[in-house]
Design a protein around this ligand. Structure first.
Ligand code: SF4
Ligand code: SF4
Ligand SMILES: [Zn+2]
Length: 630
């Protein structure tokens, strides 16, 4: 949650035009910019309509209306995402961080805490409460009693007060406590405010970046032209700003290309409408991949998805995309993708051109990999193109509206904009909790977003009076399969004993076990299934108990994994079709149930690519004795 970025976008500020610059030289006044302030990776974005509303409310709630006018003195305001327990942004005006706008999840409100520049400006214009500290030194977390500061009437308990020294320079921020005390929450070297910039706007910002935008555009176009040549291609279109910029670039150099949009079934309606509008506006073929109701069908099986348990990505994204690509493009195909390195650590490592690990015959090209969000926004503003309206509604990321990667602040906005969708989600998730004995707070406080709660989430739970360790215990007890690995050295035998709650019937299990490449036999009379595979032999009783034997620990572990995964597929298959897509011999038929034809080679690709096998094994299987030596 707090991992630091070692790389950062280079952003400058033109002091004359008072706008951000992507390169040191301003294209408008030819002057040289200075470095813009902000925390790495400086993936700045412009504050848009709803952002201004939230910012104004938060500042005014804290300090009154004059404070907003003092701090937000230009139309050109940047937000810079920073690590915090929920959503938080640095607010940048005139190239300086004025403070942090953050969502307080326990109170359910947005708050604003000024930085040294913001505090210095507020003090200079008498626009916020401040007190003079009488001590010679103040440190972070100090508590100041009434005799240790003077001046100003203190705001209500919990609100911010600026600290100044004897020369009226801002030196920190404190929180007002009951009983007239203050708690120091930020300290810095004494600060005077810098000169306020002139009022500016985004049209000026676009002009000030014209040369750089042109150069970046040429570079990206050259990459697309070189990579695509005359190959089959489509543009991956998510409805977000990055894919829109990518689409504009692709159309400039290719003239025409189909769009592929994947409807996960949990897209915001505004996004789906926007995608159709874009396809229509540019007259493009829209390849519409769709997960249908796969999310809602899978939810009772997997439970709510989590940051460390993202079954939804496979079920609602990879499977339908792979299907649509396979149907529309028979041979190898290239996709132009709006992926950027500043979005996440995973994307930082991804190369510009990459063969997909997940979708057969697909190669992705990311022409804006090195662009920052500010590049993208300036490029879109320059093109005067209509973007997804959700950006103006307070979302800085477009995607599934219940994504576990979202912060609580984003969910609050979803509830306001789409109350019916949220109710459907809440009811389904709460009923899953009820059936498994989990407290409703697990859902309501957003703790469902992790299967293994991180420290910050545990702290938040305890602040809200919820015992996180009980939740963890309950989650751990929800296993479907228990396996004990043992070794009998005298017999040179490695064995696993296990059991599965409510096992599938033996014929269904036999169908899935065929894909292990082993020989399966079912004796209905005895209620017994036997399997001989390369790694060892296994048997399964109708009541769910099973045993597996192998010659060494390595083989045993492999056998256990493939055997249990096959049983889980038999029990939980929801006909998603991933196995059918990947099977190299076309041996799988997916209708109400999965059928495996005799042409099956036993290559196990279907087990590897089955979401049920992957995620239910991770969530629902408990293997004890894993330390059995190999
Ligand atoms: S992917 Fe196809 S050939 Fe391979 S094991 Fe599964 S059904 Fe058999
Ligand atoms: S067995 Fe095939 S159809 Fe069933 S869940 Fe797994 S991949 Fe999907
Ligand atoms: Zn300039």
């Amino acid at each position: 949650m707090t991992t630091a970025w070692k790389t950062s976008a280079r952003v400058y500020w033109c002091p004359d035009c008072n706008v951000p610059l992507l390169a040191p030289k301003c294209s408008l006044c030819n002057g040289l910019g200075v470095k813009a302030h902000g925390s790495p990776p400086k993936d700045f974005r412009p504050a848009l309509d709803y952002d201004f509303k939230v910012l104004r409310e938060a500042i005014e709630r804290e300090f009154g209306s004059k404070a907003y006018e003092v701090l937000v003195s230009s139309e050109v305001v940047l937000f810079n995402k920073i690590p915090y327990v929920d959503q938080a942004n640095e607010v940048i005006v005139d190239g300086w961080v004025m403070g942090n706008l953050y969502y307080s999840p326990d109170k359910g409100v947005w708050r604003f805490r000024p930085s040294y520049e913001g505090a210095a400006r507020l003090v200079a214009e008498e626009a916020a409460p401040y007190v003079e500290v009488l001590r010679s030194e103040v440190r972070l977390w100090d508590e100041l009693s009434r005799s240790e500061f003077k001046g100003g009437s203190l705001p209500n308990s919990g609100k911010y007060v600026i600290l100044i020294d004897s020369k009226s320079m801002a030196i920190g921020v404190a929180v007002s406590l009951d009983g007239g005390k203050l708690k120091v929450v930020k300290v810095w070297e004494a600060q005077r405010p810098h000169v306020k910039g002139k009022r500016s706007n985004w049209e000026v910002a676009v002009k000030a970046n014209e040369h750089h935008l042109e150069a970046e555009e040429r570079r990206a176009e050259a990459l697309i032209t070189r990579a695509i040549k005359s190959r089959d291609v489509f543009v991956s279109y998510s409805g977000g700003k990055d894919s829109l910029a990518t689409l504009l670039l692709a159309l400039k150099c290719l003239g025409d290309a189909p769009l592929l949009f994947n409807d996960t079934g949990i897209e915001a309606p505004a996004t789906v409408e926007h995608v159709w509008r874009v396809a229509d506006r540019f007259g493009l073929e829209l390849v519409y991949a769709s997960a249908g109701d796969a999310f809602w069908k899978s939810l009772p099986v997997y439970g709510p998805p989590a940051r460390d348990y993202r079954w939804c990505c496979k079920v609602c994204k990879l499977v339908p995309i792979a299907k649509a690509v396979k149907e529309r493009f028979q041979e190898e195909v290239y996709t132009i993708l709006g992926q950027r390195k500043y979005e996440s650590f995973a994307r930082l490592k991804a190369p510009t051109i990459e063969r997909s690990r997940w979708i057969p015959n697909l190669v992705s090209v990311s022409p804006i990999r090195d662009w920052s969000a500010l590049h993208v926004w300036l490029y879109l503003m320059r093109a005067r193109v209509e973007f997804n309206p959700l950006y103006k509604e307070g979302f800085d990321r477009i995607g599934c509206w219940l994504c576990p990667a979202c912060e609580l602040a984003e969910f609050e906005r979803v509830k306001e904009l789409y109350p019916d969708l949220w109710s459907k989600w809440e009811e389904s998730a709460l009923s899953w909790c009820r059936e498994r004995g989990l407290p409703p707070e697990w859902f309501k406080l957003g703790l469902w977003r992790w299967r293994k709660l991180p420290r910050e989430a545990k702290k938040f739970a305890s602040k809200m009076g919820v015992d996180a360790s009980k939740i963890e215990e309950r989650l751990a007890s929800l296993k479907d399969v228990e396996v004990l690995l043992t070794v009998r050295p005298c017999e040179d035998l490695y064995e696993a004993q296990g059991s599965m709650r409510a096992p599938p019937d033996l014929t269904k299990a036999a169908t899935m076990l065929k894909c292990t490449g082993g020989v399966v036999a079912v004796n209905e009379k005895l209620g017994l299934l036997t399997l001989k595979m390369d790694e060892g032999v296994a048997s399964l009783n109708r009541n769910g108990s099973f045993s597996i034997r192998a010659e060494d620990a390595y083989e045993l572990k492999r056998a256990v994994e493939v055997f249990v995964k096959s049983l889980l597929r038999a029990k939980y298959c929801n006909s998603c079709g991933s196995c059918k897509n990947w099977c190299p011999t076309g041996s799988i038929v997916v209708e109400q149930e999965v059928e495996v034809r005799d042409s099956c080679l036993g290559c196990r690709t279907c087990i590897l690519t089955c979401p049920v096998a992957t995620y239910m094994y991770k969530f629902s299987t408990n293997v004890i004795g894993d330390e059995v030596e190999e």
